[in-house]
Design a protein around this ligand. Structure first.
Ligand code: AMP
Ligand code: MG
Length: 318
């Protein structure tokens, strides 16, 4: 396995059918040619991802979008103009050229246009979209640096394209534009409020049925740091815990009772964007700290704070 910044090499590997790890502004992805089911199947194998969980396809721009989707619907153009390239994925009716494996059998496909410059450079060299979920084992914390990917997959992938630390650090916000009303299916790197401003009306948030499979709790447990995590009103619980062996994740304030080196204050200046970009690294960092439990406070229920709370809630489900 090699880590480097050579998009020609990444592009050649992808064209020859390999899986390559790619940087994006949200998190690092495990990418393959989205038009070839066998190549996409390698991603599911590597991640041990269940086949009912669909992947997002990535394109440099919407120029070729109509090759892959049947209809953009009435809202796509305004959202694309405002937010793409960037941390938003659009669910649209798919054309037959997109294999069913990519969409887990859904008649719709999620499409994103990443803004990361190296990712853009790579996508522009390819004449197919990249199917890419986050480059971690299923259910674990998403990687926001090339080194996180190398740790998770030391042998299995030939190349990690290194684009530095992910600027946003949370997965994309997913909006379903395939039915009459736009519906946000996953909170992520773009706040719901910003979408509402562009559409000029309130937008519903409903968890997608694919994140809500019949076996309860399967996907509600996600982002596991490998250590029990408690999320919510934590003050009282910290008082009753073994504080020497507890870690904390807080927004801007230190937590007096906990040893400093076991605390992760995500943004001392109170900036939710900064906090979001540090969340996954913070979760990951407790592996090396000697703690038995992580207490994560509730973040403000607005903007990226809602996506942070969503990830922490799911990290708290064992
Ligand atoms: P990620 O794990 O970040 O690659 O994002 C993939 C997630 O996107 C899935 O778990 C689904 O929640 C969502 N998704 C992708 N494609 C679709 C689709 N066609 N319909 C609904 N949700 C989708
Ligand atoms: Mg993921």
């Amino acid at each position: 396995m090699e880590i480097g910044t050579d998009t020609s090499k990444a592009s050649e590997l992808l064209q020859s059918g390999a899986v390559v790890a790619i940087p994006t502004e949200t998190v690092y992805g495990l990418a393959a040619n989205a038009l070839e089911a066998q190549q996409v199947a390698q991603i599911f194998d590597l991640k041990q991802r269940p086949a009912f969980d669909p992947l997002i396809i990535h394109l440099a721009s919407a120029d070729d979008l109509d090759l892959y989707v049947k209809d953009r619907g009435p809202y796509f153009d305004a959202l694309y103009k405002a937010f793409s390239p960037g941390p938003i994925s659009y669910v649209l009716p798919k054309k037959a050229i997109i294999p069913d494996l990519v969409t887990a059998g859904h008649p719709t496909v999620a499409v994103r246009f990443p803004s990361h410059p190296l990712c853009q450079e790579l996508l522009q060299k390819l004449d197919f979209p990249l199917a890419a979920p986050s480059a971690n084992l299923f259910g674990r914390v998403s990687p926001t640096e090339a080194g996180h990917v190398a740790e998770q997959f030391p042998e299995e992938i030939p190349y990690i394209l290194n684009g530095g630390p992910a600027a946003i650090g949370l997965e994309s916000t997913i909006i379903d534009l395939s039915s009459e009303q736009p519906i946000v299916l996953r909170l992520g790197g773009l706040g719901l409020e910003e979408i509402e401003v562009v559409l000029g009306r309130p937008v519903q948030f409903t968890k997608s049925s694919s994140s809500n499979p019949k076996a309860p709790g399967m996907l509600s447990a996600h982002y596991s740091p490998g250590i029990p995590l408690v999320h919510g009103k934590i003050d009282q619980q910290i008082q009753n815990a073994n504080r020497k062996r507890s870690g904390t994740i807080s927004f801007c304030k230190k937590i007096a009772a906990i040893p400093e080196e076991q605390q992760r204050v995500l943004s001392p200046k109170g900036d939710l964007k900064e906090a979001a970009s540090k969340l996954f690294s913070a979760l990951r960092s407790f592996k090396a700290a000697d703690v038995d439990v992580i207490f994560a406070e509730e973040f403000p229920d607005e903007g990226l704070g809602r996506a942070i709370n969503d990830r922490l809630r799911r990290a708290s489900v064992a």
